[in-house]
Ligand binder design. Structure first.
Ligand code: FEO
Length: 172
């Protein structure tokens, strides 16, 4: 059975993952409006992944005999100061998510809840990828000098992203 503290922390993380999905859907809409359809695609798929992260956490709470606590999902920002600004906000956001996930891992370890500790390690590893992906895109934008013409190369690259359910096949 999940402790009350971990139920609260994991429920808050369900909310945070849905907020991430909302944030990235908002960024997708911004990129679409600006004419960057490939970047819009990347964010749309990123939002799908975040919803999968939320549902997987929700399922863990239920599987451990607890009830998830649902709260309001905050509205995301509606406008940005350009594509570089968007990805810088992604990196800052994901660093915040990493801190939250690490806190849950520490709580699970302190409570000796080995099942939750093992469960949350998937998210610990995922955050390494999330920060790396955002950082690499920012590096590319910096190399392009944030030029709108060159950003279309990045747009073409990010148009190729497709959605794969991270938990298909029963992983994690
Ligand atoms: Fe659910 Fe962006 O990590």
């Amino acid at each position: 059975m999940l402790s009350e503290a971990l139920t609260k922390a994991l429920s808050e993380q369900v909310n945070a993952e849905y907020y991430s999905a909302y944030l990235y859907l908002g960024m997708s809409a911004y990129a679409d409006r600006e004419g960057y359809k490939g970047i819009a695609n990347w964010f749309f798929i990123q939002a799908q992944e975040e919803r999968a992260h939320a549902v997987h956490l929700y399922q863990h709470i239920l599987e451990r005999g607890a009830s998830p606590v649902f709260t309001d999902i905050q509205a995301p920002p509606a406008s940005f100061a350009g594509i570089k600004d968007v990805f810088e906000k992604v990196l800052a956001h994901e660093r915040g998510v990493t801190a939250r996930i690490n806190k849950i891992a520490s709580m699970a370890a302190e409570e000796k809840d080995h099942a939750t500790y093992n469960f949350i390690l998937w998210y610990v590893n995922e955050q390494v990828e999330e920060e790396k992906n955002a950082g690499e895109i920012i590096s590319k934008i910096n190399l392009m000098g944030n030029s709108p013409a060159l950003l279309f190369h990045l747009d073409s690259e990010l148009a190729a992203r497709t959605f794969t359910d991270p938990f298909a096949g029963g992983s994690a």
